[in-house]
Design a protein. Structure first.
Length: 192
C-alpha cells in the first residue's frame, strides 16, 4: 500500500515538473517574440508577435496554464525586464498607450482558450475563439489608447486596431495550423 502511494507521489511530482517546464518554455517564447516589434510612424502601437506567442501557449498548455505563462511574462515586464515590444519594460509601459492591449491579452487568452481547450482540432472553432478574444483585446486596448493618447474612439481604432487586422489574422492562421500539430506531438511524447 505504501509503495503504491509512493509511486503516485512520484508520478505527481514528475507531472508537475513537466507542467512547470512547459509553462517556463511558453513564457520564454513570449519573452522572445514579445520584444520583436515594428514601430509604425502613425501609431504609438507597434506591430508585435506577442499575440502569436499567446495563441501557441494556449494550444500547448491550455487556457489556464497558457494564461499563467502570459501573466508571468507580464509580471517580468512590469518589474522592468525588457520583454515588451521594442525591448522595453517597467510599469510605465503598462500605464502608457499600449498598456490596454497588454492587459487585454489576458482577456484574449481566457476567451480564445475556451475554444482551443474544448476543440483543439477543430480549426474553424479555434479561429472563431481567437478572433473573438482578439476583438475583446482590441476593444479594451482601444478605450485605453483613446484615454492615454487623448484620441477619440475612432482615432484610437484607426491607430491601434485597423492597421493590425490583416497581420493578426495571419497570426491566427499560423497558430491554427501549427498549434494542433505541436499539441499532438507533445501528447505523443507524453509531455502533455
Amino acid at each position: 500500500m505504501n509503495r503504491k502511494v509512493a509511486d503516485q507521489s512520484e508520478f505527481t511530482r514528475e507531472g508537475k515538473g513537466r507542467e512547470l517546464a512547459l509553462i517556463g518554455l511558453m513564457t520564454s517564447l513570449l519573452c522572445i517574440l514579445g520584444p520583436l516589434s515594428v514601430p509604425l510612424p502613425f501609431s504609438p502601437v507597434p506591430i508585435s508577435l506577442t499575440n502569436l506567442g499567446i495563441y501557441f501557449a494556449l494550444y500547448v498548455l491550455g487556457r489556464k496554464r497558457g494564461c499563467i505563462s502570459y501573466l508571468i511574462y507580464l509580471l517580468m515586464g512590469f518589474i522592468g525586464i525588457p520583454v515588451f515590444s521594442g525591448f522595453t519594460g517597467g510599469p510605465a509601459k503598462l500605464l502608457g498607450p499600449t498598456g490596454g492591449y497588454l492587459i487585454g491579452f489576458i482577456l484574449m487568452g481566457l476567451l480564445a482558450g475556451v475554444c482551443i481547450d474544448k476543440k483543439p482540432y477543430r480549426p474553424f472553432l479555434c479561429l472563431l475563439g481567437m478572433a473573438a478574444g482578439t476583438a475583446v483585446c482590441y476593444l479594451f486596448g482601444t478605450f485605453w489608447l483613446a484615454e492615454q493618447a487623448d484620441l477619440t474612439f475612432g482615432g484610437a481604432l484607426a491607430a491601434g486596431v485597423i492597421p493590425f487586422l490583416p497581420g493578426d489574422f495571419v497570426k491566427m492562421l499560423i497558430a491554427m495550423t501549427a498549434g494542433p500539430v505541436i499539441r499532438k506531438r507533445l501528447q505523443s511524447a507524453g509531455l502533455f
